[in-house]
Each structure stands twice: as C-alpha cells, then as structure tokens.
Design a protein around this ligand. Structure first.
Ligand SMILES: [Fe+2]
Length: 296
C-alpha cells in the first residue's frame, strides 16, 4: 500500500478541470482510443506541500495527446520550474527513418508551451527510447533542456534526468550490438538496468537536488539510498484501474503495484500521468493528473 507522510504533506487542492460522463461498458470496445480517453479520464490538479525551495510542476506521460487543459493549468499556477519526467512522446520503434519528433503532432507545441512558462527539463522515458540527434536538436529549439543521464543548474537547484533502460537497449541496437532487435515488432530488453554511476557525482553536488526518473520502480533498487532531495516519476499511470488508493497494474511492477501515485518517503513524487497509452484499456477511478509541488 502507499506510504503517505501526512505530517509533511497535505494535499490542498484536487480540482477537477474536466469531467466526462463514463459510458456504459459495452460502448468501450467499439469506441476509438482517443474517444475512450476523452470520456473516461478527467484531469485533476494535485498540490503537495513539501520542503522544496521553489514551486515545481511535475508532468508525465503526455504520450502525444492534446494538452489544452494542461496549458490552462500551467498558465494559471505559474510554476517556477517544470519537470517533464518522461513519456511526452508516444511509441517509436527501431527502424523508422523519420525523426520520432516529426511523427508526433502535439509534442513540440507542448514543449514550447512549457518552456514559455518556466524553465523546463525533460528526462527520457521508455517512449523516448528512439530519440536521435535530429529529435534532440528539435527539442532544444523549443527551449526545453533534455537531461539524458545528466544534470543542470537552474534557479538555485540542481536538476538531473535518469534515462530509461529502454533507451539504453535501443542504443545497443543502433550500434549493431543487438542483432535480435526487434523481436516480433516489440522492443527486446537487453540491458534492463539504468546507468546510475553518474548519480555518484550528482548526489555530491552542494545544494538542493531534483532527479527526474520516469520509472518509479527504480526507487527501491537504485535511488532510495542516495542523497537526493526530490525524485519525480510517472510511468505507472496510477495503476490504470484503482480501487481506493490501490492501483491494479503497472508496467515494471506488475499486479497491485506499490509505486503508482502520491508521495513516498517524503521525497518520491509520482504523477498518475496526463493520458493513456496505446492499450485500449480505460482508466477507471483514476483521473489523469497535473502535480504541483509547492514550498511547505
Ligand atoms: Fe512510461
């Protein structure tokens, strides 16, 4: 079950921005994916009060979806730092020639919007696995800083981005070292471990440190013992279906995952994400979410 530190954190606002009528179950199978999501997901703002030195917005898992409600929320709340903890993109498989970003209608406009509101940092999630130099150049043009197992200094804090192991697998494929790629159209997992050696230097930096780690399941194995003040994650989509505060399934964690939402150990903040992915499985009792972390 989730571990909430109620003494440190208080959720002061969880406001429904848009709520749609949930259709009868028999409609769902006949309805295109986007329509399912439009009907079944609402977007809420969740605000956590933590000992952060500046107000931060955490956005994850846009998956190349329309973002009108997100833009209105950001424009209204004006965070001083925007952290995109992975999966702004949707899909991407080895072998495509066109830059991934040019196949994504909403990604560049979304990045421009964020960068126009506050300094914005993006870390690499599993859906960014095929990013290459042409993509990275276009991302840079938006004003967003891409953190690929790297860190940067901004507004008095350090911000790092821990890259998904899926991206490392893909780089092996690009180097011709993964001859089995792709396996039945899927991405084979060859490394299955993130690169964490660079975190030795990151955690020794003086001052407040924020780490974007798309995968929350990295926390117990790779991050819990490190001196990092705030860790921001997504990926789990809240467990897709929720019974009370318990998600049902998350990739990388399986059934009844522990890390899908909320604040853990007072410093791991997990967003339920801004959209669904390709699977025609609706969210249930699990609205999409914009997370704000504000100074206590
Ligand atoms: Fe993900």
């Amino acid at each position: 079950m989730f571990v909430f530190h109620a003494g440190i954190i208080s959720v002061v606002l969880s406001r429904v921005i848009a709520r749609k009528r949930i259709p009868p179950a028999q409609d769902i199978c006949k309805t295109p994916r986007k329509e399912i999501e439009r009907r079944l997901t609402a977007i809420v703002e969740t605000v956590y009060r933590l000992p952060v030195p500046l107000p931060v917005a955490l956005l994850t898992d846009l998956h190349n979806h329309p973002f009108g409600a997100v833009g209105r929320s950001l424009a209204a709340r004006r965070p001083e730092l925007i952290c995109l903890a992975g999966d702004v993109f949707f899909g991407g498989l080895p072998g495509r020639d066109a830059p991934l970003v040019l196949t994504q209608k909403h990604v560049l406009p979304f990045l421009r919007l964020c960068a126009g509101i506050a300094p914005t940092f993006l870390s690499i999630g599993n859906h960014e696995l095929t990013l290459r130099e042409p993509d990275i150049a276009l991302i840079r043009e938006t004003g967003v800083t891409l953190l690929d197992n790297a860190w940067a200094r901004c507004r008095g804090v350090w911000v790092g981005g821990l890259t998904s192991h899926h991206a490392l697998d893909y780089r092996l494929y690009r180097e011709g070292k993964a001859e089995l790629y792709p396996v039945r159209g899927k991405i084979a997992h060859l490394i299955t471990e993130p690169e964490t050696a660079w975190l030795d230097g990151f955690e020794r930096l003086p001052g407040y440190k924020i780490l974007l780690s798309h995968h929350p399941e990295y926390y117990p194995k790779y991050l819990r013992g490190r001196d990092i003040d705030l860790i921001l994650s997504g990926h789990a989509h809240g467990g897709q279906w929720r019974i009370g505060k318990q998600g049902i399934f998350a990739p990388g964690q399986g059934l009844f995952p522990k890390l899908t939402s909320g604040v853990h150990d007072g410093r791991l903040v997990i967003s339920r994400g801004l959209s669904n992915t390709a699977a025609p499985v609706p969210r249930l009792n699990n609205p999409t979410e914009i997370v704000y972390i504000e100074p206590a």
